[in-house]
Structure formats: C-alpha cells, structure tokens
Design a protein around this ligand. Structure first.
Ligand SMILES: C[S@@+](CC[C@H](N)C(=O)[O-])C[C@H]1O[C@@H](n2cnc3c(N)ncnc32)[C@H](O)[C@@H]1O
Length: 504
C-alpha cells in the first residue's frame, strides 16, 4: 500500500518538474515584468499617500481620533483664534464638538504661581472678560439679562497646562501629597482640561463682564458663561428635597462613605442665602457688601423631613424652629405644606406689589436716562430687596472631609513695615501721580493687601516646595505688584512689594 502511494507521488513530481522546466524561462520573464510594474504602481501610490497625508494631516489625525474613540463618539476640539462658523458644517452627533472661545480673561494674575486655587480664597481678585466680536454680531446682546444675577459660572480651558493629562489619580496640594481620583478633585490636570469657576459679577459694561473672586490667569480662554442660580445649582436652593432625599435621609445617609462630612446648617459652598461663600474678609449681605435691605426674606424649605422657616431680616417671627426629625413626619409635613402655601401667597402678593416695581415707587428709581451702571445697581438692589428667597437646607450636601479639614493648615499672614510702605506706593487704576506705580485691576493698596492675605493664607506653595525647600523665598505677581515672601511653620510674611516688570 505504502509503496503504491510513493510510486504515484514520484510520478506526479516528475510531471510537474518537466512542465516547470519547459515554461520556466518564459514564466520568470513574465513574473519579473509584472513585479516591476507593481513596484512602479506601489511607488506611485506611496507618493500619492504621502502627499495626501501631508496636506490632510490635521484632518486625518482628527478622523483617526474620532474613529479610535468611536465608542465614546465625541471629540472636543477648541480652536483658539478660530472664528465661529468655521466648523459649522461639522455635525455634533458625528462626534465633532468644535468649541471656540467666546472671550479671554484679563486678570490680576499673570501666571499660575500665586493664583488662588479656588475663587473663594481671594474675593478681592479681579478680572474682566470681553465677549469676542467674532462670536456674535452684537456681543453685548448676549449679555442682556445677565445683570440680574450676582454670580456667574465661567467654563474655561486650562490652556497653560502643557498637555492633556490622562492620570486617573492626582495629588491635590491641600492633601499634602496624598493621591485621590481626579474626579474627586478640582485639579486642572484632567483629560479635557476644562475649568469651572463661580465668579462674582460686579458689573457689565457693553460687551465686558467685570468679575471678582476668580482663580483664572490672564489669557485664559473662556468657553461659556452661565448665570449662577441657587435654585438649580445648589442642593440648598432646591425645593424638591422634601420629595426626594429628605424623607429618606434626614441627615447623613446610612450609606455615607467614610471620609465625608455633612454639617447641619453648613451649606458650603453657598451660604444661607444660597449665594456663594464669600472670602474671609468679605461681608455677607448685599452684593456690594453692605447690609441687605430685605423687606421680605423668607426661608421655606424642607429639611430632613421638616420644613425650615426662618426670618432673615424684617418683622416676622420665625414660624417654626429649625429641627431635625426622623420620627413620624405626617403631621409636620401637612403643616409644612400649609405654611409653604401661605408663604407662596405672600411672595406672590409681594412680587406683584407696585412698591417693588422699579420706577413705580418713585424715590430711588433711576431716571430713564440713567447710566447703565446706575440701572444695573438699581436693578440688583431691587432684586435683592424684593425677590430674594433664602433657603436653608441642613445636611443637604456632602463634601469630602479633607476639603473642610485639610491636613495642611491655613497660615497667618503678616507684612513687614517695609512691605506695607511699598504697597502704599501703589495707586488705584488710572492713577496719575508720576513716579508711583498703578494697579490695573485692584482698587488700591487696601484691596491688594486683602488679596495678598487671601492668597498666602491658603499656602500657595506646591507640596514639593512646602516639604523639600520650606526656607526658600516665594515670589508671585499680583496685578502690577511683584511680591516677595517667606514661610515659617504656620505663617507667611511678605517682605517686599515692588512694581512688576511690564509684560514683554
Ligand atoms: C485648582 S484650579 C481650579 C479652577 C476652577 N475653580 C475649577 O474648579 O475648575 C485653579 C488653578 O488653576 C491654575 N490655572 C488658572 N487658570 C489656568 C489656565 N488658563 N491654564 C492653566 N492653569 C490655570 C491656577 O494655578 C489656579 O491656581
């Protein structure tokens, strides 16, 4: 059997060999011709691909990126300096989000060093933001109505980060070297490098927003502005709590992760008015810091299953004392609903009253021809007088305990007599005394001193500097002042303030 198989195999091999031998020379010639034609074609194709890749490199990159992220489906691309509309043919649902800065921050912080890590650290910091003329035909139209708000969210790009970060864990300076997940922090180093700052809206002039309490450096590209609305943005301002978590939790939920703190009555980052927390030196009250003139200021919200009704300022006696109840809520809830309904009626009545309509009461209403700033201030005063509804929500939000009790202590700040004298040399913006430096944003030496204290109190040093070279002098620029200071165990001392070199 095996020998028969071998015999057949040998025959077959002989036949093939003879065939190949007879046509071998022709085949080799033909194959060589074909190979050289194919080589030429490959060369041409390579050249074509090279030139296509060269001229369309950018598009190719973005396409490849979209393809490689097709499961996420979105590519956010911010083209600094690009005009709106350049990317209008790119559809959002194809994963192309072409963002264009709507403006760039001009700020009293020219660089990252010494810039507060959160806006609440330094209420005196100032910035302006002009809406780009390339974004809207009439940029100032986009700001109409915004004057009714005291605070705005600024969504911006950390454009000085260098590269996008893909690190899942970061080391917040306040945690003194410990690592946490990036999404439990406000670190600037995050995959999409988007920042979010709640700034105080001081004023609007034409297409310029005047802001304070900021933590953005000069030149920061801003992608969006939204009004801060406690009713939407703060759990303390939400009236749906009674229906959702209040009835369930009444305080710290049972499944509250360890390491979180929830302070009854402490509702940071907003104060009891539902406004953002002020800096340490800022007076709470009306937007200009003066005591609020509140005609009707009522708090009505459910908290922990009970209604909190309190009177801020005015003639009313508190209706119900704030209490934390986890017992039978039905009676309280009924009463709460009735009181809330009564309060709504009072507010409706007050809201409709002529007395509270600008201009109707005469007296302090601005003239029709009043300046925009006067109108702005008047409208704001009216708003605070008439429509402020204060919410108080115990235990309505939780934050990680290291935010309120960081392992890094805050520092006491002092200025040497020399530094104080240096600072007094500075004039407010537009100051004309020859030989004296002027601030560009800060309103004078007092405001500058408060800003310096705010920055240093929060220890602006990196963890490396704080732990490895604590004795080194620390420099930063605030507005047009160059500040030199040093740090002791629990204090920072400013030793010199001199005019900063003009930006070159
Ligand atoms: C910790 S981040 C917080 C920013 C914002 N409040 C947030 O929560 O998204 C603030 C720090 O970002 C840095 N920073 C501000 N503007 C920046 C920019 N345009 N590019 C890069 N870093 C910036 C400054 O050093 C500042 O201290």
């Amino acid at each position: 059997m095996l020998s028969l198989f071998n015999f057949e195999n040998d025959c077959l091999r002989n036949k093939m060999t003879s065939n190949v031998t007879c046509s071998c020379a022709q085949h080799v010639k033909k194959l060589n011709e074909q190979i050289s034609v194919m080589r030429k074609e490959i060369k041409n194709l390579r050249q074509l691909i090279d030139s296509a890749v060269r001229s369309h490199r950018k598009h190719l990159d973005s396409l490849l990126s979209v393809l490689s992220h097709s499961d996420q489906g979105v590519r956010l691309e911010t083209n600094l300096g690009q005009k709106v509309g350049d990317g209008k043919n790119l559809s959002l649902d194809q994963g192309n989000i072409q963002t264009v800065p709507i403006g760039y921050i001009s700020s009293c912080f020219p660089g990252k060093i010494g810039t507060p890590r959160q806006p609440s650290i330094c209420g005196q910091s100032r910035a302006t933001l002009r809406i780009e003329a390339t974004v809207f035909n009439n940029p100032h139209h986009a700001l109409i109505g915004l004057e009714h708000y005291s605070h705005v969210w600024i969504i911006f790009l950390f454009h000085k980060n260098g590269h996008l970060s893909s690190k899942a864990k970061v080391k917040p300076p306040r945690l003194n070297g410990q690592k946490v997940g990036v999404y439990s922090t406000r670190s600037p180093h995050r995959p999409n490098a988007l920042g979010l700052t709640l700034a105080k809206l001081e004023n609007i002039t034409g297409d310029i927003l005047h802001l304070s309490g900021i933590d953005m450096i000069a030149g920061t590209p801003v992608l969006d502005i939204k009004p801060y609305i406690p009713e939407y943005d703060s759990p303390c301002g939400r009236t749906d709590f009674g229906k959702t978590n209040c009835s369930k939790t009444g305080g710290i939920p049972a499944d509250s992760p360890s390491g979180t703190s929830s302070f009854p009555g402490s509702i940071s980052p907003t104060d009891a008015r539902g406004s953002p927390t002020c800096s340490p030196t800022e007076t709470r009250g009306s937007p200009d810091g003066s005591p609020t003139e509140t005609r009707v200021s009522l708090s009505a919200s459910r908290s922990g299953g009970c209604l909190v009704v309190s009177e801020e300022e005015g003639d009313f006696e508190p209706v119900l004392a704030k209490e934390h109840s986890t017992g039978d809520l039905s009676g309280q809830a009924l009463l709460a609903d009735r009181v809330a309904a009564a309060l709504r009626d009072v507010q409706t009545y007050v809201g409709q009253s002529d007395v509270l309509t600008p201009g109707a009461a005469g007296g302090d209403a601005p003239h029709a021809g009043g300046s925009r700033a006067e109108v702005f201030e008047h409208e704001r005063a009216e708003r605070y007088r008439s429509t402020e509804v204060c919410y108080s929500e115990a235990s309505s939000s939780q934050v990680a305990s290291w935010i309120r009790e960081p392992p890094v202590a805050s520092l006491s700040v002092r200025l040497t007599p020399q530094a104080q004298q240096d600072l007094r040399q500075f004039q407010p913006p537009g100051g004309r005394e020859p030989g004296r430096p002027s601030f560009r944003f800060l309103q004078g030496p007092e405001e500058a001193e408060a800003a310096i204290r705010g920055v240093l109190c929060a220890d602006p040093r990196s963890v490396y500097r704080r732990t490895r070279c604590p004795d080194r002098l620390f420099y930063f620029i605030l507005d047009s002042a160059h500040i030199t200071c040093w740090f002791g165990g629990d204090f920072a001392e400013v030793v010199r303030v001199r005019p900063a070199e003009p930006e070159g």
